[in-house]
Design a protein. Structure first.
Length: 136
């Protein structure tokens, strides 16, 4: 999968279960989600099969059992979700997104230190900016 996926709420629930249980059949996924989703077996199976069609999961048939595995990693799914929010809620502007998170979440001093370290590491690997004005 070249572009990060944008998952629906239901797909998030399903893929999290698959990540935890894989390889797994639909009844196992249904049981795993029973506390939070009152989905029938046919609903779970239909949603899993649609996710196979979208390239999010694979399905391997073993006799009368279909085992599902994730094609998408947790990191790819998170990136897709983040890019969706960045594009739609913040018009592609990273600074307002980060500012919103910092203003709305409790951020510890340790977390701020980690963020500063990530920014410092990114600065070291980023291409230097040119001070030359663009030519026409």
């Amino acid at each position: 999968m070249t572009t990060p996926p944008e998952l629906t709420e239901a797909e998030w629930d399903l893929i999290k279960a698959v990540w935890e249980l894989e390889p797994c059949p639909a009844p196992t996924v249904q049981e795993h989600l029973a506390q939070t989703r009152a989905w029938s077996y046919s609903t779970v199976r239909t949603l899993l099969d649609r996710m196979v069609g979208k390239g999010l999961l694979t399905a391997e048939k073993l006799r009368n059992l279909t085992l599902y595995r994730a094609v998408v990693t947790r990191e790819q799914a998170q990136l897709g979700e983040l890019r969706y929010a960045l594009k739609h809620a913040f018009d592609g502007a990273l600074t307002p997104l980060v500012q919103c998170l910092l203003d709305s979440e409790k951020v510890s001093s340790q977390q701020l230190d980690q963020l500063e370290a990530l920014i410092a590491a990114k600065r070291r690997t980023a291409k230097p900016r040119s001070n030359k004005p663009p030519t026409a």
